[in-house]
Design a protein around this ligand. Structure first.
Ligand code: IMP
Ligand code: MG
Length: 170
């Protein structure tokens, strides 16, 4: 088990409730759709969606992959973009790192017809931004230093996603 707890489960729960309320307060008149990026966002998106008090929320999951081990491959793909015609879209991800995944996902959502595309991330490592990457998310849970973290959906080669807290691997 990675020894160092960076963000305990109760702090995550409290912050995610605030993010859900903020996202709800910021909604426009268009249909509200969350596009959550698999696999990393599965825990965050499940908690976030349940913290959004909107009766007519649509939640879809799409795969976006850029990582093997702890090194970005540099290529980002969003599989099967859903039809988002006229929608108020939030792309939800576990962490904003280089920003390339979210930049690509936002472009795919715009191409799929979204009226508006915003982003909500659980974690942000601002030191790691790449040229062409998204600079900042519209809603951020926690800003962290440049360390590889696992838990709360984040993995290292598929391991540790199930941990209820965020831990630093190195
Ligand atoms: P970006 O395109 O570099 O912003 O990468 C975003 C994706 O990289 C996230 O969805 C994560 O899957 C992965 N990632 C970035 N940093 C970490 C980390 O510290 N732990 C686990 N996955 C990470
Ligand atoms: Mg990911």
């Amino acid at each position: 088990m990675p020894p160092e707890i960076l963000i305990p489960a109760d702090a995550l729960a409290q912050r995610v409730r605030a993010l859900g309320a903020a996202l709800s307060a910021a909604r426009g008149p268009e249909p509200l759709i969350l596009v959550a990026l698999m696999d990393g966002a599965f825990v965050f998106a499940a908690d976030l969606a349940r913290a959004i008090p909107e009766p007519d929320l649509t939640l879809v999951f799409r795969r976006a992959s850029s990582y093997r081990g702890t090194t970005s491959t540099g290529t980002v793909a969003l599989e099967d973009p859903p039809s988002l015609a006229g929608a108020d879209v939030w792309v939800v991800d576990d962490i904003l790192d280089t920003g390339l995944t979210l930049a690509a996902a936002m472009a795919a959502c715009r191409a799929a017809g979204a009226a508006r595309v915003r982003t909500c991330v659980c974690l942000d490592k601002p030191m790691r931004r790449a040229p062409g990457g998204l600079a900042t998310a519209d809603l951020t849970g926690f800003t962290i230093e440049d360390r590889f973290v696992v838990g709360y959906g984040l993995d290292h080669d598929g391991k540790w996603r199930h941990l209820p807290e965020v831990r630093a691997l190195a």
